[in-house]
Design a protein around this ligand. Structure first.
Ligand SMILES: Nc1ncnc2c1ncn2[C@@H]1O[C@H](COP(=O)(O)OP(=O)(O)O)[C@@H](O)[C@H]1O
Ligand SMILES: Nc1ccn([C@@H]2O[C@H](COP(=O)(O)OP(=O)(O)O)[C@@H](O)[C@H]2O)c(=O)n1
Ligand SMILES: [Mg+2]
Length: 263
């Protein structure tokens, strides 16, 4: 497997206590590559990425040839994680693993575990980490993709710790879609996919679980300089504009863009 120590991908941290490499470092160290990353607080604020030092084969260049580039995609229920992941997958060649879809597939398989999962999802609670991590691990093993989006995971600290323990790795990047609650509720009530948890009672519980259990995970990765927050209000297209800029700034090629130019 691609078990190894994951190097640092230094995005601008939310917390100002985390040092950003200085301009002197940038000049002295050819491995430090300055790039601009869009930031909701200001246009194209400057960030510095330790791009060549980082982890995996599938970034702009270099890295460990065995480990895929892993991006966790987080955000509240209805913030648009799945919608944006579909776009990232097709434009930037990522495999899209949705934790919720993997759990729903397990329910559909009719397994004993599926019954337990269904009860938990109906309640808006979090499925035991061993179950979810095992599904994600298997899905990762069955893809040879070099870039993987893990959508809706980790949902809590227990999820995060179990993932790190079982896979022996960490994400290279964490994208956090930031969306106001009233907008998330509106979207969930209009989602219309026949989901057992898209009703107002369960939505209220999911929002509490998000605040209490998922935000601490975002804070943890922020403190490690891995989080890139994207405002999730506006049209799907506007949000994808910010996403596209982020991936371009990380050195990922946009396949659709190149195809449209016959490249
Ligand atoms: N920017 C947007 N504006 C309005 N509706 C959106 C937007 N992005 C997604 N949606 C819709 O909101 C609902 C929830 O989106 P989804 O991608 O499933 O979110 P999540 O995976 O975070 O729960 C879906 O019906 C989707 O079509
Ligand atoms: N890591 C995860 C992801 C989802 N889930 C469960 O699956 C439900 C649906 O997750 P989802 O990611 O499909 O939901 P959305 O945020 O996309 O609306 C969650 O409310 C949890 O009950 C979980 O227990 N653990
Ligand atoms: Mg989803």
């Amino acid at each position: 497997m691609w078990r190894r120590r994951v190097g640092a991908l230094l995005l601008r941290p939310r917390s100002s206590s985390i040092p950003t490499p200085s301009a002197t470092h940038r000049r002295r160290h050819h491995l430090l590559l300055p790039v601009s990353v869009p930031d909701e607080k200001g246009p194209l604020a400057s960030n510095v990425l330790l791009l060549r030092l980082f982890t995996s084969q599938a970034g702009a260049d270099g890295g460990n040839p065995r480990k895929p580039f892993i991006a966790f995609v987080l955000g509240g229920p209805g913030s648009g994680k799945g919608t944006q992941c579909t776009r990232i997958a097709s434009d930037f060649g990522f495999a899209h693993l949705s934790a919720g879809d993997l759990l729903r597939n397990e329910i559909a398989s009719g397994s004993e575990k599926g019954e337990l999962i269904l009860d938990i999802i109906k309640e808006g609670r979090i499925v035991p980490s061993e179950i979810t991590v095992e599904l994600i691990r298997k899905a990762m093993e069955s893809t040879d993709a070099k870039r993987v989006l893990i959508d809706g995971f980790p949902r809590c600290e227990e999820n995060r710790i179990a993932f790190e323990r079982i896979t022996g790795t960490e994400p290279d990047l964490v994208i956090f879609f930031d969306c106001p609650e009233d907008e998330m509720v509106k979207r969930l009530l209009g989602r219309n996919q026949g989901r057992v948890d898209d009703n107002i009672e369960t939505i209220k519980k999911r929002l509490k679980v998000f605040e209490n259990l998922n935000i601490p995970v975002v804070d943890y990765y922020s403190s490690r300089g891995k989080v890139h927050k994207i405002s999730a209000t506006g049209t799907e297209e506007e949000i994808f504009g910010a996403v596209r800029k982020l991936f371009a700034s990380l050195g990922f090629e946009n396949f659709v863009f190149h195809k449209s130019r016959g490249l």
